[in-house]
Design a protein around this ligand. Structure first.
Ligand code: ZN
Length: 396
């Protein structure tokens, strides 16, 4: 049982030890109750462009989709965020980040923040960016990139308008130049300076594919990790999406600098990018969270399903002990909280945010597995929640 006051867990323990009287009582008998899951990487705007470029690797997939995304409108970003966040909440997610890096036709990061606030999910928006168009040697078409002074002005505005640094803050903002092949070194450096001046976090895509590695070696004479490290992009205030192609020294660098990783197994499989060395990262002490990644390279936003994918994919290295159900759920909760720099979510204990979820155990898909309900969540067909409470409010 949990005893909650306002938006905070005051007591956790056997129901008989909790106060006998409360304004609202939720009967969760027959459910397994967990801390809400934390999503550390997504592109909600892609919810409207699923099942496109079905058999492509990342670069071909992006080149197919850029011209479609160039037609996004503020309304499309708002609607797609509502769709993706609702899917996430039904799957058990109570805190999500999003990486919005394309701003055509008057789109602003405000459009997706509005959707998150209306749905009541805890939300880490990132003011992403692209500034290196095709004419400058980048991957995106020139009409998909922004001018760098404008990116910095908008980044500053987003932080000043929305970032809530206080404990239990419902909206936070981070800065997120898109990737080594879509932004300049200058905007990486200036975004890091701006973020650190405000005490907000930094996020980008890194070491996702072999193509990216070749691009970095050719253009910068360095592997992706060395390149971003030289720009100040390591540290406890940085988290990188994917990190599929890390060598042993790079895993150690992530551990010693406290840099976080958003592991996105479905997207890595869908685009044939490779298998991120999550076991090695965890053993080295790297902070790892889960990300469903964009709706167009997953093509779903089910975070519990992503925990299952993470567990199964890690075993493809040939070790059935590589990742178990409990550790997969730990990565999906405490791991994600740590990657997003939060010590107020990810566990059910006094002093933590009242973010918790419940799944009924009397469902067809758990038949035969109820001797281990926790494992059933990850091994069996991933269900939607029957209960979700976020910041003390019942949302599902
Ligand atoms: Zn991504």
């Amino acid at each position: 049982g949990l005893f909650v006051r306002d938006n905070e867990i005051v007591q956790a323990g056997p129901t008989a030890t909790l106060p006998e009287i409360a304004d609202t009582v939720i009967d969760a008998a027959g459910m397994i109750v967990l801390p809400g899951l934390v999503n550390t990487h997504h592109h909600l705007c892609q919810t409207l462009t699923r099942c496109i470029a079905q058999d492509s690797v990342l670069f071909d997939w992006l080149v197919t989709l850029y011209p479609i995304w160039a037609r996004l409108t503020p309304e499309a970003v708002y609607v797609s965020a509502k769709v993706g966040l609702a899917e996430l909440m039904l799957s058990g997610c109570t805190t999500s980040s999003d990486h919005l890096y394309i701003y055509p036709n008057g789109v602003r990061v405000d459009d997706e923040i509005q959707a998150a606030v209306e749905l009541g999910i805890r939300f880490h928006a990132t003011r992403g960016s692209m500034s290196l168009g095709r004419s400058q040697g980048g991957l995106p078409p020139d009409n998909c990139v922004e001018d760098e002074p404008f990116i910095l002005r908008e980044s500053r505005r987003a932080i000043e308008t929305y970032h809530q640094a206080d404990r239990f803050g419902m909206v936070r903002v981070a800065l997120a130049p898109c990737s080594p092949f879509t932004v300049t070194a200058d905007i990486m450096r200036s975004s890091a300076e701006l973020a650190r001046a405000y005490g907000v976090r930094l996020h980008t895509h890194l070491a996702e594919t072999k193509d990216e590695e070749e691009f970095c070696l050719e253009r910068f004479g360095a592997r992706p990790v060395d390149y971003v490290a030289s720009l100040g992009w390591t540290g406890p205030d940085v988290w990188h999406a994917h990190c599929v192609h890390l060598n042993t020294a790079e895993v150690s660098l992530f551990a010693t600098t406290g840099s976080g990783v958003a592991h996105c197994p479905s997207s890595n499989m869908r685009l044939a990018s490779g298998i991120a060395p999550v076991r090695a990262m965890r053993d080295a002490g790297v902070r790892v969270g889960l990300g469903v990644d964009g709706s167009a390279s997953n093509d779903s936003s089910h975070l519990l399903a992503e925990a299952r994918q993470a567990m199964l994919l890690q075993r493809m290295m040939g070790n059935p002990n590589a990742l178990g159900a409990q550790e997969a759920l730990e990565i999906a909760t405490l791991g994600g909280a740590s990657v997003l720099g939060r010590d107020d979510i990810g566990s059910l204990a006094a002093g933590m945010a009242a973010d918790f979820i419940g799944y009924r155990l009397d469902r067809l898909s758990f038949a035969g597995a109820r001797h281990d309900p926790l494992a059933a969540l990850v091994f069996c067909t991933p269900p939607n929640v029957d209960l979700s409470v976020i910041n003390g409010q019942v949302r599902v």
